[in-house]
Design a protein around this ligand. Structure first.
Ligand code: HEC
Length: 193
């Protein structure tokens, strides 16, 4: 049965992802400071800075509801631009998604489940061996200004609430607290040949 096969492969991937968490990879100095990990960190940093800069001007110029459409149109473009410059794939994901297109890759799921609901400062950067690539996860913290659009929906500007309902009918990315783990930047860097 099709459904069964899907389930089995999902479980299989989950188990594989657990096995990939090689003992010693966490906190292992040689792995954490390898050139591939440094490249991943630089690209994720660049993406974060560009997203934040864009978000800040959009909020100033258009207010929360207007900034939502900027996020929607530009977040993906920015990720694509940074990815092209870096030469590997990267993006953002979360356990509580606003846009389903930001769904995690299979190897990321166990790390999201573990970090869900925790304070971001207690979640460490993750480096995972993906065979021909190295996966890197960098925790994203919910800062005060993020609550404008990811905090309690009752606190939202009404125009923002309408805009979110229209564009993201399956929005789960609300109810975060300041300092809470919001999600990961992820990157997959090819191993040097
Ligand atoms: C103006 C409203 C607004 C603010 C403020 C805002 N976001 Fe978002 N956020 C969005 C929208 C809209 C999306 C969906 C973007 C898309 O369609 O890819 C999103 C998506 C995300 C995602 C991708 C995962 C998902 O849920 O789809 C992360 C991670 C995220 N935001 C983190 C943050 C953080 C951290 C802050 C504070 C620095 C922040 N956001 C501030 C509107 C906002």
């Amino acid at each position: 049965m099709k459904g069964n096969r899907w389930l089995r492969s999902t479980v299989g991937l989950f188990v594989l992802a657990l096995l990939w968490e090689i003992p010693g990879a966490y906190g292992d100095e040689a792995v954490q400071t390898s050139p591939a990990v440094r490249r991943a960190e630089q690209a994720m940093e660049a993406l974060q800075q560009r997203l934040q800069a864009r978000l800040r001007t959009a909020l100033e110029e258009k207010g929360p509801a207007g900034a939502v459409s900027v996020c929607r149109m530009e977040a993906k473009e920015l990720a694509r631009a940074v990815s092209n410059e870096a030469g590997f794939e990267l993006g953002r994901t979360s356990h509580k998604l606003r846009n389903p297109a930001n769904a995690p890759r299979a190897w990321v799921i166990p790390y999201l489940e573990r970090a869900a609901g925790q304070s971001a400062s207690s979640v460490r950067q993750v480096v995972v061996d993906l065979g021909d690539r190295i996966g890197v996860l960098r925790p994203i913290a919910t800062a005060g200004p993020c609550l404008i659009c990811h905090g309690a929906p009752e606190s939202f500007d009404p125009a923002l609430r309408d805009e979110l309902a229209k564009l993201y009918p399956a929005d789960r990315a609300t109810g975060f607290r300041e300092g809470e783990f919001r999600g990961f930047f992820w990157a997959e860097v090819p191993k040097p040949k």
